[in-house]
Structure formats: C-alpha cells, structure tokens
Design a protein around this ligand. Structure first.
Ligand code: NAD
Length: 349
C-alpha cells in the first residue's frame, strides 16, 4: 500500500492533463511530482509558476533550452519518481505510452481517446468503482460517455433501453483550426455512433443507441436522452436518486435564465469556477419528462472538465485507498468545490 501523499505524475499537460494536475493538488492526498511537456509554449511557464516540475523527452531538451527554459529532467526521470501515472496524451498515444509504463512496472490511468483495451477496465465511478479496485490500468471514458453513464447509473433502476442524441461541440476553445466552421457535421455516418459501444464498455448489459452530430461551438456538448425504464418509478424517486449521485446539477432554464451553453459558462465564471469548469452534468430541469416509464431529459456537458472528478476518484480505486465509492465521490467533490454552484443559486429569492 502506498503512503499519503501518493506521488503521481501527469504525462501530457494539455486540456485534460492540466486540470487533473490542479485537481490532484486540491485533494491533499496526492503530490504531483511532475508534468510532461512535448513542445515549448506558455503552459510550461505556468506549470512551473504553479510549482509543478516540468519534464520533457530527452531529445527535446535543447528545444526547451533555446527558449531559456531548463527542464527538470526527462520523461523517464518523471516516471521513475511516480507511484501512479496519469496519461493525458493525445488520443491513441496513451496505448503506445503504456509499453513504457509496463516496462517501469507503474500503474496508470488513461483517457477516453484510447481504445478500451488499454485498460483492464473502462471506468465511471457511479457505475463500476469496485471493478477498478486494485487494477493497474484503468481507462476513464470520454466526456459524452461520462455524461450519459452518470445518468444511467444514478437512476436507481436498470434501464430497459436508451436512446441518446448527442450534439457535440466542434473543438475546445484553443483548437481554432478544427471545424466544422459553419455547418453541422455528422459525427458518425451511422447509427449508433461510437458512444453507444463506449457506454457498453462500462455497463455491458444496457441496450443503448446513440446518434451524434457536431456543431460549430466550443462551449459544451448537449445531449437529449430517452431512457426506457424497467418498472414503475415516480419522478420524485428518480430525481432524488440522481441528486444523491453528487455529480448532477439540475438547473431550471426558465426561472434561472439559463437556456444556452453560453449562459452556463457565464454562470461558471460568476460562481468563480477556475477556467469556467463545470464538473457536473447540467440537467435542464424543465425538460425532465416521465411518460409512463420513459424518462426524457436534455443535459449539457462541459467537455473539458466533466471527466476530472472521475479521474481523481479512479486513483483512490487503483491504489486501494478507499473501497466505498460514495466516500470517494464526497472527497473529490469537496476538493473540487462540487456543490458550491448549487449552494450559490438555490434557496435565494
Ligand atoms: P490535448 O491535445 O489538449 O493535450 C495532450 C497533451 O499531450 C499535449 O500537451 C501534447 O503536447 C502532449 N503529448 C504529445 N505527445 C505526447 C506523448 N507521446 N505522450 C504524452 N503526452 C504527449 O488533448 P486533451 O484534449 O487533453 O485530450 C487528452 C485525452 O483526453 C484524449 O484521450 C482525449 O480523447 C481525452 N479527453 C479529452 C476531452 C476534451 O474535451 N478535450 C474530454 C474528455 C477526454
């Protein structure tokens, strides 16, 4: 068993990696021994200002030096020091990096852009925390899949079938060369899109179909879910069950004036969320509809931050630090301030 704080490193300090690093520090249970950069840019300077040591590939040390930046060592040095590795490299690179982690005998947490076989288990805390206990290689599924799974696994009843329509953001804000620029693109030219099989990597026994299109925005995904429930449930049962998950925020677009993803981003800023991160599924509460035993809802998912809580939870499972998923959710939520946005806007008239 490792001691607290656990020494971790982040291989790939991009959109997801930098958020994982900041979140780990907030828990107090982990010490970030280093982050890796593969080419020099401003984020190497910010990482260092934050107190993170910056490691680079051996053959790129000179490139960093040319910019007046002396790296703290090589990627290998960083891996040697860590007891757990977060791989947040570009999609499909992690599976190549894995060979390196295996060689060093280190456990690793991978991201959703990797093929499922990179991990012994594909993971979502609310669905299969226990399956990740003590595993060496875990894959945290991607943003849309995480958004869908949180709902399915917090209903308190196993769905008979699910249909999800996904309206994807085209890119993250800094990826300004990606499209589409002015039209709507079929994310997948077939139904189901890959999200359905990805959901099934975590919960294999829920029949699900997904259809996905890409729209020209950087501000969040929107999903329309239609969930055929097995057995009678009241809306009150379903709501209280989903609320207990600790990862779903219900906002009324009508009374709160929050009917666009742009306004949700503004809410995150007003609430003081760093980088306007929204870690919660944002369910537009007025869209919740229960028609006999079919539940329908529309939710928004902040692609850049939604997977961060699950990444932190996963470390507690991999390292066997906690066996109770509810305690882990509570711990991670406290560290990330999940719940504070709700406190800010509820109970005030
Ligand atoms: P990113 O491009 O923002 O960051 C990747 C970082 O890895 C970059 O800083 C890059 O320089 C670095 N890198 C380059 N080569 C590397 C290597 N060989 N080893 C390690 N790092 C290397 O990518 P991202 O958006 O943070 O995505 C990372 C992973 O997270 C992907 O699997 C992606 O599918 C997944 N993910 C992304 C989002 C999102 O919205 N951005 C959401 C959920 C999951």
């Amino acid at each position: 068993m490792v001691g607290i704080p656990v020494r971790v490193c982040i291989n790939g300090y991009g959109t997801i990696g930098k958020r994982i690093a900041d979140a780990l520090v907030k828990t107090g249970d982990f010490k970030v021994v280093g982050v890796s950069k593969y080419s020099f840019d401003y984020s190497a300077l910010i990482a260092r200002k934050k107190g993170f040591r910056v490691f680079v590939p051996r053959d790129r040390i000179d490139e960093f030096r040319k910019h007046g930046f002396e790296p703290d060592g090589t990627i290998e040095d960083m891996i040697d020091e860590a007891e757990l590795i977060y791989d947040a490299s570009p999609g499909k690179q992690g599976v190549k990096n894995k060979e390196f982690y295996v060689k060093h005998g280190k456990p690793a947490i991978f991201q959703g852009g990797e093929p499922p076989m990179v991990g012994e288990v594909s993971y979502n805390t609310l669905c299969n925390y226990n399956a990740a206990l003590g595993k060496k290689y875990v894959r945290v599924v991607s943003c849309n899949t995480t958004g869908i799974l949180r709902i399915l696994c917090s209903l308190g009843v196993k769905p008979r079938s699910v249909f999800a329509t996904i309206v994807r953001r085209a890119s993250d804000p800094r990826e300004d060369t990606r499209g589409p620029v002015a039209s709507i693109l079929l994310d997948s030219q077939r139904i189901p899109s890959h999200h359905a099989s990805d959901v099934n990597t975590v919960v294999g026994d829920i029949p699900i179909t997904t259809a996905s299109v890409v729209v020209p925005t950087t501000l969040m995904h929107v999903q329309v879910l239609r969930i055929d429930l097995s057995g009678e449930k009241t809306m009150d049962d379903l709501l209280s069950s989903m609320e207990k998950s600790g990862r779903i925020l219900f906002l009324n677009p009508e009374s709160m004036g929050l009917d666009t993803t742009g306004k949700l981003v503004e809410l995150a800023r007003d609430a003081g969320r760093y980088r306007y991160d929204l870690y919660e599924n944002i369910v537009f509460s007025s869209t919740l509809k229960l028609d006999r035993d079919v539940l329908m809802l529309i939710q928004a998912i902040h692609q850049e931050s939604i997977v961060i809580p699950e990444n932190i939870d996963a470390a507690y499972a991999v390292l066997n630090l906690e066996i109770d998923p509810f305690k882990v959710v509570e711990k991670t939520n406290r560290a990330l301030g999940i719940g504070l946005v709700k406190d800010l806007i509820t109970g005030v008239k």
